[in-house]
Design a protein around this ligand. Structure first.
Ligand SMILES: Nc1ncnc2c1ncn2[C@@H]1O[C@H](COP(=O)(O)OP(=O)(O)O)[C@@H](O)[C@H]1O
Ligand SMILES: [Mg+2]
Length: 148
């Protein structure tokens, strides 16, 4: 049974403060899986989170590239984020063939994964499962669970 770490509602007007609050608990985990329907707000939240972290690279949906690499400074140390989008992948084997597993095996790097439901078995544990739902046209509810 997964433990709920956090539940937050936010709009575009306060998404950065939601991302800041999120990171205070989420930074201890390096695998973050963002689940939710098309248009739920996965890319938008990752974009806001990267802004909060001080990422200078352009953050965009890696739907075609499958993975984008970003960097930010964490207390004087350069940290890497792999932003993946598994939407175009069929299943776990397809994800392995595309090299998605290798991205997640480095403990000193963060992986932010959109469409993790395409290959959930591939996610190393522990990881965070972040479910995003539209509760109103401009409001989203995020539930963050620890997958031990
Ligand atoms: N509170 C909110 N959080 C995130 N996106 C929102 C919010 N309110 C409205 N939106 C809109 O919903 C859409 C989310 O798109 P996107 O982030 O690309 O979704 P996904 O990556 O889940 O497919 C954007 O057009 C965004 O402007
Ligand atoms: Mg997206």
């Amino acid at each position: 049974m997964p433990t709920t770490l956090l539940q937050i509602s936010y709009s575009l007007g306060n998404i950065e403060s939601a991302a800041h609050q999120f990171w205070q608990s989420a930074h201890r985990y390096n695998i973050l899986a963002f689940s939710g329907e098309m248009g739920a707000g996965k890319t938008t939240f990752i974009h806001a989170l990267c802004n909060v972290l001080g990422v200078q690279d352009a953050v965009s949906s890696p739907t075609f590239a499958l993975v984008n690499e970003y960097h930010f400074d964490e207390a004087g140390t350069d940290r890497t984020i792999y932003h993946m989008d598994w939407y175009r992948l069929k299943d776990t084997q397809d994800a392995i063939d595309a090299g998605m597993e290798d991205n997640m095996l480095q403990n000193d790097k963060y992986s932010f994964v959109e469409w993790p439901e395409k290959a959930p078995e591939l996610l190393p544990r522990p990881h965070l499962w972040i479910a995003i739902e539209a509760t109103a046209p401009e409001e989203r509810e995020m539930t963050v669970s620890i997958m031990e």
